[in-house]
Design a protein around this ligand. Structure first.
Ligand code: PGA
Length: 251
């Protein structure tokens, strides 16, 4: 945790669930958060298709809603894409950008992620920019340099002023049950903090840096207690309200 920074626990629902399941999960998260308010901000990120209905269900409560991607352009002939302004109009206030699954599945480069981040900020959304090394890069001793390169290439000038969030997600820890050692998480988060301060000055000291990759109720407390870990980006465990709320309660 960073002193005086309120943690953010964000659920990335990925490509899961029907409308009815998204409604049930939203309801369970909202009522759990209302009956036992955690010491953290809460966010859920459903698929594009479910953003509007989940945002309507969360309206007036303590749980924010975000999307998992947006297009870099404000509008135009981009079949199948969704703009940041459309997401804001549907009730989203956050958007995850540059997730490793998008970098892998859709060939998103740092430059693409930067352009999308600029678009998100322009539409008034808070961007959550994901970075993280692959297993081969970690084994090759390149984890810090890969993450530093992604930060240098993915963050636009207005990132700090928009209260942007970073999520450090080692690719090999996502959905695998594997988690880096506490020392390794602390080392990367410390490096990210240094880069944020170097890029944005004083404002970089309080930007939130989340950890993501196999965060579960049984490891959340130890991870969230590490220096410069200001919350978590949770995939699998965010699909069960009970687990997601248990992670939030550990913050
Ligand atoms: P996981 O996913 O919690 O299922 O490992 C995290 C993520 O990809 O954001």
């Amino acid at each position: 945790m960073t002193p005086n920074v309120r943690p953010l626990i964000a659920g990335n629902w990925k490509m899961h669930g029907s409308l009815a399941e998204a409604a049930a999960l939203s309801g369970a998260v909202a009522s759990g958060a209302a009956s036992a308010p955690p010491a953290a901000d809460l966010l859920v990120c459903p698929t594009f298709l479910h953003v509007a209905s989940v945002a309507a269900a969360m309206k007036g409560g303590a749980v924010a809603v975000g999307a998992q991607d947006c297009h870099a352009n404000a509008k135009g002939a981009h079949t199948g894409d969704i703009s940041a302004a459309m997401l804001a109009d549907a009730g989203a206030t956050f958007v995850i950008l540059g997730h490793s699954e998008r970098r892998a599945d859709h060939g998103e480069t740092d430059a693409v992620v930067k352009a999308k981040t600029e678009a998100a900020i322009g539409a008034g959304l808070t961007p959550i920019v994901c970075v993280g090394e692959t297993e081969a890069e970690r084994r090759g001793g390149q984890a810090e340099s890969v993450v530093a390169g992604q930060l240098a290439g993915s963050l636009p000038e207005g990132f700090a002023a928009a209260g942007g969030v970073i999520a450090y997600e080692p690719v090999w820890a996502i959905g695998t049950g594997l988690v880096p050692s506490e020392a390794d998480i602390a080392a990367i988060h410390g490096m990210i903090r240094e880069k944020l301060v170097a890029a944005f000055g004083e404002a970089g000291k309080t930007l939130r840096v989340l950890y993501g990759g196999s965060v579960k109720p049984n490891n959340a407390k130890a991870i969230l207690a590490l220096p410069n870990v200001d919350g978590a980006l949770v995939g699998g465990a965010s699909l069960k309200a009970e687990d997601f709320l248990a992670i939030a309660a550990a913050a």
